[in-house]
Write a protein that binds this ligand. Structure first.
Ligand code: FPP
Length: 249
């Protein structure tokens, strides 16, 4: 008997990235679709972040860096900025206990000098509480800007050259890496293998420009508050496919 054997669709095993960066975009549009104020979307976005963090931990992701507030976000209306800046306070009270139970370690990068005191203190308390945890690292990029980070690293390197700690010729990529804010992460986790951006925008917006040199980029139209465990798995499935193709060459 002749006939074509039906090709079976095989679900490949997931290759889980060690470090995922997420640009959590679309909160405002999500709220607008529901005829709600923009801040309603940020609140829902915080809930999504909690669920995605636990889902990522369950999938075996070791670090998540989430873009919570960029250096450009200060240009938003004062009321909205105030609301976003208060989120870490609420986050600490409402969500951090569950993350702590899940062995999640909380850290932050960004220019913390400009953060309101209560925002900064809430994050410090979360860091302190979870500092001995050995599970997934949840790294908040808050008042973060990639170019500012690189500029600051250059300043520190230049100062160390002036102080005769080393010569310009000694500067290596590894050394630059150590001057970036992501040096708070273990070396093998500094560069995200995968960067996800929600809400259909196709750019990185000053997010981890040095660290993303080899990252796979995944863009989805899903608005951040709708991004869930399934959506994360889909992104990782796509990453696994890309990795498999390149790995074979
Ligand atoms: C971008 O959406 C989102 C932000 C600038 C804020 C993201 C913050 C969270 C998801 C909560 C994080 C939680 C803590 C604890 C800090 P947008 O407002 O630009 O949406 P739009 O493009 O639809 O207007």
């Amino acid at each position: 008997m002749f006939g074509f054997k039906k090709k079976e669709k095989i679900d490949l095993p997931l290759q889980v990235p060690k470090h995922i960066g997420i640009i959590m975009d679309g909160n405002g549009r999500w709220a607008k679709k529901r005829m709600q104020p923009r801040v309603f979307g940020h609140k829902a976005g915080m809930e999504a972040l909690q669920n995605v963090t636990i889902a990522a931990k369950n999938l075996g992701v070791q670090a998540l860096t989430v873009y919570a507030f960029s250096t450009e976000n200060w240009k938003r209306p004062e009321k909205e900025v105030k609301f976003i800046m208060n989120l870490p306070v609420e986050f600490y009270e409402r969500y951090v206990p569950e993350l702590h139970k899940n062995n999640v370690k909380i850290q932050m990068i960004g220019d913390t000098n400009r953060l309101p005191e209560a925002t900064y203190q809430a994050l410090c308390k979360a860091e302190e509480l979870t500092k001995l945890n050995t599970g997934l690292i949840l790294n908040f990029a808050l008042n973060y800007g990639g170019r500012a980070e690189v500029t600051q690293a250059i300043r520190m390197i230049a100062q160390d050259v002036l102080d005769a700690k080393f010569n310009p010729g000694d500067i290596s990529e590894e050394m630059v890496d150590d001057y970036l804010q992501t040096s708070i992460l273990p070396r093998v986790l500094r560069d995200p293998e995968l960067i996800i951006r929600t809400s259909g925008e196709l750019r990185l917006s000053n997010f981890l420009p040095w660290q993303s040199a080899y990252s796979e980029l995944y863009f989805t139209d899903t608005l951040w508050p709708d991004f869930d465990e399934k959506a994360l798995e889909m992104a990782i499935r796509e990453y696994s496919r890309r990795n498999r193709r390149f790995g074979a060459i």
